[in-house]
Design a binder for this molecule. Sequence first.
Ligand code: NAD
Length: 651
Amino acid sequence: MDVDEIERVAVLGAGNMGHGITEVVAMAGYQVTMRDIKDEFVEDGYESIQWSLEKLAEKDRLDDAPEDVLARIDTTTDLEEAVADVDLVVEAAPEQMELKHDIFSDLSEYAPEDAILATNTSSLSISEIQSAADDPSRVVGMHFFNPPVKMDLVEVIYGEDTDDETAETTYAFVESIGKTPIYVRKDVNGFVVNSVLGPFMDEAAWMVSNDEATIREADAAMVHERGYPMGPFELGDLTGIDVGYHVRKEAGKEIPPIIQEKVDAEELGRKTGKGYYDYEDGPGVDYEPDDAGSFDTLRVEARMVNEAAKLIGNDVATPDAVDTGMRLGAGFPEGPCARADELGLDVILEKLEDLHEETGKDRFEPADYLEALVADGKTGKDAGEGFYEYDTEGVGSYQYLNFAVTDAGVLEVELDRPERMNALSESLLEEIDHLLTNVDTDDVRCVVFEGAGDRAFSAGADITGFASVNPTDMSEVTPTFETVNDFPRPTLAKVDGFCLGAGLELALACDLRLATEDSAFGAPEIGLGLIPGGGGTQRLIRLLGETRAKEMVFRGNHVPAERAENWGLVNRAVPEDEFDDVVEEFVDDLAQGPPIALKVAKQVMNDGQDASLDAGLRMESQGFGLLFSTEDVVEGTTAFMEDRDPEFEGK
Ligand code: NAD
């Protein structure tokens, strides 16, 4: 079945996941029937959807009215009725193999012969589930993350018998509902995200169990030094210590004593009031940046990388799928493969080998794939190749940005970290710099920057890890903003949503800025005890004058788009539905304009700002004189006389 043929979907289960999946599928425009075994369960699920849609509408994050989305949802307790006429079934019933077998054998009877049958299981084998279906080739894993409305990732998992068409249509369906799919090409326990996430908790728990570290040290170091959204123990308390315990037990893994103790004492985390931290009689999660001490973060990260290497070596997933999975599914600041390439794969391998030798524990045994990469000299970014290949010359493919040059010569650059509101990390800044430095400017007539997702252009710098940096590391401001500012073609920031901090500085480094009316601008650094560090203070004062610039920098408030337009911070602030047209008008003018004249205009205007009027005028005259020798001037004047549009070639 092709994805275009999917119109009707059934979701089995109206619980935690089932109602959320129903909601996102209906939001995308599909007709959905949600089925549970009792009326009250169906009703509870439906009410949760209503509540969630209202919340989304309040935040202006819903395209349709809530009642229109609800109108696409039917509910029932009758399986036959639910699946009789559907193209796709998503099973989200409790995590028991026997139950799933019953469901998939019933589906063989009641669902149409060509319908795709997907399971949302997190930990059961897809191959085993599909064995209960008459036609296992149409059964596939479709693993959403909790809560489906918020989490962008869906793992598409092949069981042994899943055919390519089924997996590919499922993948396309996930894209059609606005989520990001990754392929998990073999049915391994934990799929991709939970496999790589396993050691995050596991290794930290072993280190605490062996008195090599404390809980607070581990959490503080992983969060404040390495930028993870939560520490391993904080995460364990949130998800429930028993949950991870059972997963480890079922996978036949040795249980770290600290986890066993907590389970025995029934201190299972937040839900019981006490886990690794005390939420009832104590302060709850209370580690501070200083607690990090000398916690060995590399030991934990090396094990995650090793797990990733096993998946890649066994053709379960590509490095890109692993990294996307960990960023979107686990909130990691960077994918483990990209991070390992930065750290050096030789460093990771050595760490694993040392620990393996020291402890004799299997969990440190290096993956064959990791050993092979290092043996081939593919030790990471510095070597030009590791998990990824790095183009040192010419533009490559990037982790955190997408780009394309259109036929009209528009270099479209999309900051692609929507899960972090496109926050500018060091890696993302390096990628922008690399792209603009290496792109062939002859092919480019203008550049447009925009943010992925629907919330932000860029909400700032990625400040995770700030608390532990050395001031001297930070005093050297990234060259990226200068590279953007000096790029010899006009640049335009297309702002839809938040444009804050470093995101504002990137927009300021552009020549022109267009925004939707709902956008907001700001330099919130002062609230962190900082000041803008990417040119913000200087560019704002030149652009807005002292009064307004100081208001922005000193107060750190958001400036709504309308005021930003009045102040001259943006060229236009327009309603959302007119935005693309306005951008297109600007871009057309820039892309069809005379490249050399635009380059010279940009240069003399940028440089002239910091020169005396006399010097500025001299620069202008020189530029003016120079342009007279170009073919573009001949074309421009001829076209004017002939009353036609000029076709500039940049000669
Ligand atoms: P849940 O207990 O909240 O919901 C399951 C629902 O299924 C219940 O309402 C139950 O009454 C209903 N049900 C029972 N038998 C059924 C049947 N034969 N047909 C239809 N519905 C039936 O559980 P959940 O957290 O939503 O998990 C559902 C599935 O999703 C599990 O396979 C789980 O592993 C997976 N999953 C869970 C999470 C999570 O974080 N909760 C994340 C990803 C995947």
